[in-house]
Write a protein that binds this ligand. Structure first.
Ligand code: NOJ
Length: 768
């Protein structure tokens, strides 16, 4: 990867007390994401030994930015109290403060005015870019390209770190099966294996070598948050142990193993216990079994939310339960700062528990080099030189193109000819420079994305006309101005129809505004918001040669479009370079290769829908068509509109010659699966070759198939490549009826192909 920087040696914390900023000699290059550092624990202990109980509790306290740092110090109210806490060394971390000037001013108070001079760690939601924005994480996941995803995280980290930040609240690794949940945009979709690989790539990308352009990662939301009932954000979660261990937890484990420095717990309950107070998750599993050495931050106010959950009677009770469960840092509940010292004195929380939490927090600060140089991230020249670099724009453009999924391409509508055509571009989103930035891009400025209109205007050989047609219809409440609110206005239809009639091809950009997904943005309808569906059908009557470019942060259910519209391009919310990426794909300068990381349903009633479901006792194979007594709907097929792993290219691929090196293997053994993939079309293209396993009979029922491998290959027309996968014990291991991970002897089917409906298959057995 590109952005690597040298390490710094650390100095004892007391050096700071006598005004020494620490040495800056580079030491030898270390492997990416190194969580062990010789001597750090000793240094941590030496700081801990100097701390009062109140100072320790202060390290466990995180405040949101509470005052305009450039203005006068706050004199009254909550801000004045927080300011006082900062000066006393009672603030371990702050969030939502950014920019070198502000960060430096606050850090100065922490390291120059407090008794022990312990630096603050500054966190921010750097989810898919900071100023130069990459596609939303769900879109990036459609690339299945781990190198590109890692690089995207590196770019995000470089810009944010240059802006004074040390810590991002990402990656979100919540496996999501319910498109109604607005936060599916923030994760890697429905599959635990893909989620795990992407979690690793993102952790490595953010943390890099922990140099001055890296950030500590924060893996969230631990755990189960995406399983909110009915897809309604913050709703109750009730999942089985089987689902928890086999589906939800693997990406968290992978991220922890990849060296993530911090975790965030979640708003939801699990088995009736809110995650913030969940000792099994945080203490026993994460810090115990998994050996995680970093710290856990609560989600925003989640400690206090244990009261309305009905799990704590007041904030003191909540603080006690959170501390005893291993939630190390309190984000904005003030539960620890108000009550933890008293709880320790009353013997309700042990001193050891507090010490453990503080050790973990200090350790991360040491690892980031903040004790060595608290202003490590505060260089105004670097800030100016780093943010918005040309290579970052190139990087997010590359990521955006790789994220696009071609869902349908009939009548050879795509790619568009570059000369002599009349093209009508329709849709409010086509001319929007903010929406493509998507949700969770709070570091970026509105209006900084390249719109599809601007992207298409780069191609000058055609005659391009633009009309809005209709607004997106955001609905309220959303954190956006009055644009796109209107839900019924069809006054723009006539002009759009006129443009469509005069055109050879119509490109319609429809879907969700970038702020229509994300936290608190659950929807009960997965269609096109407002009058956009009506606009689509109206234009279709005027000119059916429509290329539908979808902008959305979640799978949509668009059965009419899937049936009638000849070409559909899934273009998500693609970030700063969105319009350029879309135009390059539409004009064939880039051959799309993305594959869906989530199933697209036929209607909302199918949700949650995911490819790795169980067979059930009544799968319906061979049922007479008139029978109703099998697991199905009477009004819609069981299958999704577009399955997980699906995506087309401007070329075609064929799969054949599936071979397996043996019929069986046992412990420590393995077999190799090979398949020949041929480019049967006329242009060069990339294919994501996917391998799925079905464990036929086990101590607990197993999914109909599970992704267990994938490879990205590029093929010239007529070219064939043999792709191989190794299947070993780890790939057949799962959380069994014995409540542990193990491989059970039995028979398996392996499927290989270009999506989760792959039919090419072979069999093998795992023997003891
Ligand atoms: C609440 C969100 O759930 C979490 O993901 C985010 O990091 C925090 N707020 C901080 O903004």
């Amino acid at each position: 990867m590109k952005y690597k920087f040298s390490k710094y040696v650390f100095v004892a914390p007391l050096a700071l007390a006598i005004g020494c900023g620490g040495s800056k000699q580079p030491v030898a290059q270390q492997p990416v994401v190194q969580t062990e550092k010789t001597g750090i624990d000793r240094k941590v202990d030496s700081v801990l030994a100097l701390m009062t109980l109140e100072e320790k509790v202060g390290q466990m306290n995180q405040y949101n930015g509470f005052w305009e740092v450039t203005g006068p110090a706050p004199k009254d109210g909550a801000a004045a109290i927080k300011y006082d806490h900062l000066k006393k060394g009672w603030v371990g971390s702050m969030l939502n403060v950014r920019g070198v000037k502000d960060v430096k001013a606050l850090q100065k108070i922490a390291v120059e005015e407090t008794r022990l001079h312990i630096p603050v760690i500054f966190g921010f939601d750097v989810i898919h870019g900071y100023k130069t924005v990459s596609p939303i994480p769900l879109a990036e996941s459609a690339s299945w390209d781990m190198e590109a995803i890692q690089q995207s995280a590196e770019i995000a980290a470089a810009e944010a770190a240059a802006s004074g930040l040390n810590w991002t609240f990402a990656p979100m690794v919540d496996v999501s099966r319910d498109a109604r949940w607005g936060r599916v945009m923030e994760g890697a979709g429905e599959d635990p294996f893909l989620n795990s690989r992407i979690a690793e790539a993102r952790v490595k990308g953010f943390q890099g070598d922990l140099g001055e352009l890296s950030l500590a990662a924060c893996v969230k939301h631990f755990a189960g948050y995406a399983f909110a009932e009915s897809g309604r954000d913050y709703n109750t979660v009730d999942v089985s142990d089987n689902t928890l261990h086999n589906i939800i937890l693997p990406p968290f484990k992978a991220a922890s193993d990849a060296g993530a420095l911090t975790f965030m717990n979640s708003f939801n309950e699990l088995e009736g216990i809110p995650s913030t107070g969940n000792g099994y998750l945080q203490r026993e599993l994460l810090k115990g079994e998994w050996g995680f050495k970093g710290f856990v931050v609560s989600d925003w106010g989640s400690m206090g939310e244990m009261i309305p959950h009905g799990y704590a009677k007041d904030l003191k009770d909540a603080a006690m339960k959170a501390a005893n469960a291993g939630s190390d840092m309190d984000m904005e509940s003030s539960g620890y700062i108000e009550h933890l010292a008293a709880l320790v004195k009353e013997g309700k929380v042990s001193q050891e528990k507090v010490d453990d939490a503080v050790r973990r927090i200090l350790r991360v600060k040491f690892m980031l080099g903040l004790f060595d140089n608290p202003y490590k991230y505060c260089d105004e020249t670097r800030e100016k030189e780093t943010i918005g670099k040309k290579e970052f724009h190139d990087g997010v453009l590359d990521m955006a193109k790789k994220s696009i999924v071609l869902l349908k391409n009939e009548k050879n509508l795509l790619p568009l000819a570059k000369q002599g055509k009349k093209i009508a571009l329709i849709g409010a989103l086509a001319n929007d420079k903010t929406s493509p930035l998507g949700s969770w891009r709070i570091g970026a400025d509105d209006g900084t994305a390249v719109s599809v209109l601007e992207g298409m205007q780069q191609y000058k050989g055609n005659q391009l006309t633009y009309t809005k047609g209709a607004d997106v219809a955001l609905g309220k409440p959303v954190f956006v101005s009055e644009t796109h609110i209107n839900t019924t206005d069809k006054s723009g239809f006539a002009e759009a129809v006129k443009a469509a009639k005069a055109a050879d091809v119509v490109v319609m950009v429809l879907g969700e505004h970038g702020l229509q997904t994300g936290e608190g943005r659950s929807r009960s309808d997965l269609g096109l918001p407002g009058v956009q569906q009506e606009l689509l059908e109206t234009i279709y009557k005027a000119n059916p040669n429509i290329v539908l470019v979808l902008n959305n942060g979640r799978p949509l259910a668009l059965p009419w479009a899937a049936e009638n519209i000849p070409a559909i391009v899934e273009a998500w919310h693609l970030g700063t370079e969105a319009g350029n990426a879309v135009a390059q794909v539409l004009y064939g300068d880039y051959n799309p290769s993305g594959k869906l990381p989530m199933s697209f349903p036929r209607n909302v009633g199918q949700v949650p829908i995911y490819y790795n479901h169980k067979t059930t006792g009544r799968p319906g194979n061979g049922q007479p068509t008139e029978s109703v007594f099998w697991s199905h709907y009477t009004d819609v097929a069981n299958s999704p509109q577009y399955p997980f792993g699906y995506g087309l290219s401007y070329t075609t691929f064929s799969y054949g010659n599936l071979k397996i090196s043996g019929n069986s293997f046992g412990k420590n053994g393995k077999i190799t699966v090979t398949v020949d993939v041929t480019n049967t079309g006329k242009v060069e293209g990339k294919e994501i070759v996917q391998l799925y396993l079905h464990d036929l009979v086990a101590s607990v029922t197993r999914p109909v198939r599970e992704l267990k491998g994938f490879k990205n290959i590029s093929l010239k027309p007529g070219e064939t490549k043999t792709v191989s996968f190794i299947i070993d014990e780890e790939l057949v291991t799962f959380y069994t009826a014995n409540k542990k991970f193990e491989a059970e002897p039995g028979d398996f089917t392996v499927f290989v192909g270009g999506d989760s409906n792959a039919t090419l298959n072979a069999s093998f057995s795992y023997t003891e």
